[in-house]
Design a protein around this ligand. Structure first.
Ligand code: SF4
Length: 425
C-alpha cells in the first residue's frame, strides 16, 4: 500500500498534507486503501478541486482503520474540506476521492473527482495515462498563436456561422478540439445538432435538473452542408494527422441531422480523400449510421456509461430508442467496413465490476469494437450512483485488471482516449 499522505484543505481553501494519515480512495462508493502501483505524478494541466461540506477520509495504519478528518490538525476547531484532482485529458482514473458527505449537500459540478495524495514533494493521482498522443497536453497550446490564428479566421470567414461558433468554443470555452482546428492540426470539431433524443444525467450541454448546470452552451443552429464542408475540407487538406468529428460537447445528437451530415460528407469527399471523418454519437439510429457509412463516414465513436442495459437506460434516459439500437449502430458501422470505438464513461467501482467487464467483452464479441476510449465520467460520483440505482453486483476487478481482462479476451482491441487518424496521407 502507498505511503502517500492524505491531502485536505482548510476553510480558506489552503491545501495541506496530513502529518500521518495515508491517502485513501473510493470505488463504487466504498473507501479503499491505495496501491502504490495506482499512483502517478499529477499530470500537468490537471486541477485540484475543493469539495465543500465533504470530510476528507484517510487511512490510519496504527489504528488499521479509515478515519474521517473533522478538524485541521494544524488549527483544531477549524473545519476542513476534502480535495480531489480533475486530471488532464488522456488520463483515466483508477480511484475517486474518498470523503464523507454531510447531509443534503449540494451536488458537485460536472467534473471528475480523482483520488489525490502527497509524497516526495509532489501531488500523486490514482490514475494512468491511457493515450500517449499529446493532442490535448497543456504544453501543446501557444495561446497567443491561437488567438492570432482564430481572430484571422473569424475576420476572413464572417459568412460561416460554424467557424464563428468554433471561435467561441476555442477562445471562450477553451475547447481543445476547437483550438486544434484553428492551430491546423489533429482533430477538428463539427457540431451540428441543437436537438437530442436522450436526456443524460450528466449532459454537459443541456441540463434540466436544477441541481447541476451545463458547462457549455448548446449550438442553436444547424449549419449547412456548405458551411460544414468549408471547415472540414480546409482542415483535412492542411492539418497534421487530420480528423474531423461530428458530435461534440456543445451539441445534442448529430444523428438527428442525418440528411445534413450525408450531404456534407458527400461535399467533403468530392474535394479531398485525406484524413478521417468521424462521428461521436449516442448510437441511437443504426439505419442512419449505415447510410452515413455508405456516404463516406470512416469512423464512429459511441458513448456508453455502461454495457449493462439497466444502468445505460437510467443514465441516458433514451427517447424513442433502446440499447438494442446502440448495439445495432456498432454492428452497422462494422459490417459496413468502418472503424468502431466506444467512449466508455468510466467510474471506478462500476466500470470495473466483473459483471460489467464480462458484458463489455460480450459486446465486443457481438459488434467487433476496435477501440475503447476510457473517459472519466464528469459527474458527482454519489449523485451518479444514486441516479442509476447502483447496487454492487459482484467482485470489482480494479481498473488496471479490467483492462488486462479485456485485452486477454480480445487482444486486437486497443485502449486510448482520442479518435484515431486512419489515413494521415
Ligand atoms: S447524448 Fe449527448 S447531447 Fe444528448 S443528452 Fe446525452 S450528453 Fe447530452
Amino acid at each position: 500500500m502507498t505511503s502517500a499522505r492524505l491531502v485536505y484543505a482548510d476553510e480558506t481553501g489552503q491545501i495541506y498534507d496530513h502529518p500521518y494519515l495515508e491517502m485513501a480512495g473510493s470505488s463504487g462508493g466504498g473507501w479503499q486503501r491505495v496501491d502504490e502501483s495506482y499512483l502517478i505524478p499529477l499530470p500537468p494541466g490537471s486541477e485540484l478541486f475543493l469539495l465543500p461540506n465533504r470530510l476528507p477520509v484517510g487511512y490510519d495504519r496504527s489504528e488499521r482503520q479509515f478515519l474521517k478528518l473533522k478538524e485541521d490538525p494544524n488549527n483544531p476547531k477549524q473545519m476542513v474540506q476534502a480535495v480531489a484532482a480533475f486530471m488532464a485529458p488522456a488520463h483515466t482514473q483508477i480511484l475517486t476521492a474518498a470523503y464523507q458527505s454531510e447531509e443534503n449537500v449540494p451536488v458537485l459540478p460536472l467534473f471528475s473527482y480523482t483520488a489525490v495524495g502527497w509524497k516526495g514533494g509532489q501531488f500523486l493521482a490514482a490514475g494512468l495515462r491511457i493515450d500517449p498522443l499529446p493532442r490535448q497536453d497543456i504544453d501543446q497550446f501557444d495561446l497567443d498563436k491561437l488567438e492570432t490564428r482564430a481572430k484571422e479566421a473569424l475576420a476572413h470567414q464572417r459568412h460561416n456561422r460554424l467557424i464563428q461558433h468554433l471561435g467561441t468554443c476555442a477562445l471562450s470555452y477553451g475547447c481543445p478540439a476547437a483550438k486544434n482546428y484553428f492551430l491546423g492540426r489533429w482533430e477538428a470539431p463539427l457540431p451540428t445538432s441543437p436537438q437530442c433524443n436522450a436526456d443524460c444525467l450528466g449532459c454537459i450541454s443541456l441540463q434540466d435538473d436544477s441541481q447541476v448546470c451545463a458547462s457549455q452552451e448548446r449550438i442553436t443552429f444547424v449549419p449547412t452542408p456548405e458551411e460544414i464542408a468549408e471547415v472540414a475540407v480546409d482542415h483535412l487538406r492542411r492539418a497534421d494527422e487530420p480528423i474531423v468529428s461530428f458530435g461534440q460537447g456543445c451539441e445534442g445528437e448529430p444523428l438527428l441531422q442525418g440528411k445534413t451530415l450525408t450531404a456534407a460528407i458527400d461535399l467533403i469527399r468530392r474535394q479531398t480523400g485525406r484524413g478521417t471523418i468521424n462521428l461521436n454519437t449516442n448510437g441511437s439510429m443504426p439505419y442512419t449510421v449505415a447510410q452515413l457509412r455508405d456516404s463516406g463516414l470512416d469512423a464512429i465513436r459511441v458513448s456508453l456509461n455502461s454495457a449493462r442495459e439497466d444502468y445505460y437506460h437510467k443514465y441516458y434516459k433514451p427517447r424513442g430508442y433502446s440499447f438494442a439500437d446502440v448495439e445495432g449502430s456498432l454492428r452497422a458501422m462494422k459490417t459496413g467496413g468502418g472503424f468502431v470505438s466506444i467512449n466508455l464513461l468510466t467510474l471506478p467501482g462500476v466500470t470495473d465490476e466483473e459483471e460489467e467487464v464480462e458484458t463489455i467483452i460480450r459486446l465486443i464479441d457481438e459488434t467487433g469494437i476496435d477501440l475503447i476510449q476510457m473517459r472519466n465520467i464528469n459527474i458527482d460520483p454519489e449523485w451518479y450512483l444514486k441516479g442509476i440505482g447502483y447496487r454492487s453486483r459482484g467482485r470489482r476487478l480494479g481498473v488496471l485488471e479490467m483492462i488486462e481482462r479485456i485485452r486477454n479476451a480480445h487482444p486486437q482491441v486497443k485502449f486510448g482516449y482520442f479518435n484515431p487518424c486512419l489515413n494521415p496521407g
